[in-house]
Design a protein around this ligand. Structure first.
Ligand SMILES: [Zn+2]
Length: 93
């Protein structure tokens, strides 16, 4: 996929850091999103213990901390499904 200079629109190498045409620096697109988005173990455990928390946390933090939010959301759903299956099995069928 070709990359273009954000200043002059010139097509540049995808690994280039400086545009050869205008000399402006080219910021990697994905560098902006890397804002402290590490999966918090504490939040994942909290999501397992309180699935409702994880289910709410996922859409709220999906844009600011996508990795952490997804981990919490999945943990909450898995926890909820396991609880549900356990209750089904314990239900006496
Ligand atoms: Zn340029």
């Amino acid at each position: 996929m070709p990359k273009y200079c954000t200043h002059c629109g010139n097509e540049v190498n995808e690994n280039a850091v400086v545009c050869v045409k205008c000399g402006c620096s080219i910021k990697p697109v994905n560098q902006v999103a890397e804002v402290n988005d590490t999966v918090s173990v504490g939040l994942v455990i909290l999501a397992v213990l309180i699935p409702l928390f994880g289910i709410i946390y996922w859409p709220v933090k999906a844009k600011t901390r996508p990795k952490c939010a997804k981990a919490c959301g999945i943990a909450a759903i898995v926890s909820w499904v396991v609880c549900f299956l356990f209750m089904m099995l314990a239900g006496g069928y």
